[in-house]
Write a protein that binds this ligand. Structure first.
Ligand code: TXA
Ligand code: MG
Length: 359
C-alpha cells in the first residue's frame, strides 16, 4: 500500500455475469460519471475503469495502479457510434476488422479524438480502443454513457487480475468499487493492432489468435520479438518487466522430454542451493516433474484452458513464497502466442532453450 495516498473504502458487489442487476450497474455508472474508479470484469481480464473523457479521473488510474504515465490506456466502448467519439480518420481496413471481430478481445490503435484527453494515451495523438463482449462491461459503459478508460486491474507490473479477489488484493483502499462477475473466461488480455502505421502491426498477441487475424488481415506485420523463439534470451534488457511474480521465473522451451529433464536438473540444483522452487505445469507433465510445490495449468491439449488459469496460477504459486518458479513454454499457435509472450515478460526474458547438447 502506498502511504502517500489516503485510503478509500473499496466496495465489492457481486453481479450476475449473464444478467447484470440493473440497479448495481446504474450505481456503478453514476460513480464513473462522478470521476470515481470502478473495476469490472471483461472476457479477457478485469479492467480498472474511469471516465475516459475526464483527465482527472484518468490520472487516478495511474496513481491507483502505480503505473508510469508513459504507458497508454485502452478506451472501452459499447457501440460503433461511440467509436466516433473516441477516434478519427478510421481506416477502412480497421473498420472492417472491427465489424468482424467486435465485440471481443481485440484492441485497435487509431487516431485520437479531442474528446479523449492526452493523458489517456500518454501524450500520443493515437488511442487504443476496444469493444468488449462481456455483459457487465457493456452494460456499465452504456450506463455511464461515456467511453471508459480501463487498463488491467492490477498493480503495475504484477500479473493481470482474472478474479475480483485479485483486484481486491492489488487495489483495495485505492478504488471505489469492484464489480465481481466471477472468473474471466479468456484469461489473457486483448490482441492489440496498430492501424496508425503504414501496414497494420501486431503490438500485443492476445485473445484473438494471429491465425484468425490473418484470415481478415493477411498483411498484418508481426514484430520480430513474437517471431523468434530466442529473441527474449538475446535481448532481455529490452523487455519491459511485466506480469511479474515476486519470485524469479525461468521459462524452458524445446523438445518436451529434454525440457522436462532439464527442469528436473535445474530443480535439484536450485534446491541444493537453498532455493524454494515451485513449478507451474500442465497436467501431462505433473508426474514427471519432482517439485514439492506444483500448480496445474490445465491440459496442454487445451491452451484456452491454460490461458484462463495462467495469471491466477502465477499469483497462487507466488503466495507460497517460493524464490524461483520453473515453467515449460507453449507451442506458438493459437492463444499459445499470447501465453509465450506473457511468460517471457513474467520471467523478464529468462527463457532457456534446451537443445540436445544440454541433455
Ligand atoms: O484485454 C484487455 O485489453 C484489458 C481489458 C481490461 O480490456 N486491458 C488491458 O489494458 O490489458 P492494459 O492497459 O493493461 O494494456 C494496454 C496495452 C498496453 O500494452 C499499451 O502499451 C497498449 O495497450 N496501448 C494502449 N494505448 C496505446 C497506444 N495509443 N498506442 C500503442 N499502444 C497502446
Ligand atoms: Mg496490463
Amino acid at each position: 500500500m502506498n502511504d502517500q495516498h489516503p485510503l478509500i473504502p473499496t466496495c465489492l458487489l457481486r453481479v450476475d455475469p449473464q444478467q447484470p442487476d440493473a440497479r448495481i450497474i446504474r450505481y456503478a455508472g453514476l460513480l464513473l460519471r462522478r470521476g470515481k474508479l470502478v473495476a469490472f470484469p471483461t472476457e479477457t481480464v478485469y479492467g480498472l475503469g474511469a471516465d475516459a473523457t475526464d483527465a482527472r479521473a484518468v490520472e487516478r488510474i495511474f496513481i491507483a495502479k502505480s503505473r508510469p504515465s508513459s504507458d497508454p490506456l485502452i478506451v472501452h466502448i459499447d457501440t460503433f457510434e461511440r467509436l466516433h467519439q473516441v477516434a478519427i480518420n478510421i481506416p477502412s481496413l480497421a473498420a472492417e476488422l472491427a465489424e468482424k471481430l467486435w465485440p471481443g478481445p481485440l484492441t485497435l490503435v487509431l487516431q485520437r479524438h479531442d474528446n479523449i484527453p492526452a493523458n489517456v494515451s500518454a501524450g500520443r495523438d493515437t488511442v487504443a480502443v476496444r469493444m468488449p463482449v462481456h455483459a457487465i462491461a457493456r452494460a456499465l459503459i452504456a450506463s455511464a454513457d461515456v467511453p471508459i478508460a480501463a487498463p488491467s486491474a492490477n498493480t503495475f507490473s504484477r500479473p493481470s487480475s482474472t478474479t475480483a479477489a485479485h483486484v481486491l488484493e492489488d487495489l483495495s483502499g485505492k478504488i471505489e468499487l469492484i464489480l465481481d462477475g466471477g472468473s474471466a473466461v479468456i484469461g489473457v488480455e486483448s490482441t492489440v493492432i496498430d492501424f496508425t502505421t503504414e501496414t497494420p502491426t501486431l503490438l500485443r498477441p492476445g485473445g484473438v489468435a494471429l491465425e484468425t487475424l490473418r484470415d481478415h488481415l493477411p498483411n498484418v506485420k508481426i514484430r520480430q520479438q513474437f517471431l523468434s523463439d530466442t529473441t527474449a534470451a538475446e535481448a532481455p534488457g529490452q523487455l519491459l518487466k511485466h506480469y511479474s511474480p515476486r519470485a524469479k521465473m525461468i521459462v524452458f522451451e524445446g523438445e518436451r522430454q529434454a525440457v522436462l529433464r532439464a527442469m528436473n536438473q535445474q530443480l535439484e540444483h536450485l534446491t541444493a542451493q537453498g532455493d524454494k522452487v515451485g513449478i507451474l505445469a500442465v497436467q501431462e507433465d505433473m508426474d514427471t516433474l519432482h517439485a514439492d510445490i506444483k500448480i496445474g495449468l490445465g491440459s496442454e491439449a487445451d491452451l484456452e484452458q491454460v490461458a484462463a488459469s495462467l495469471f491466477a496460477a502465477i499469483r497462487e504459486i507466488d503466495q507460497q513464497a517460493v524464490s524461483v518458479i520453473l515453467v515449460r513454454s507453449f507451442e506458438n499457435r493459437g492463444i499459445g502466442m499470447a501465453l509465450r509472450d506473457r511468460l517471457t515478460r513474467a520471467s523478464e526474458g529468462r527463457v532457456i532453450t534446451v537443445t540436445s547438447e544440454t541433455e
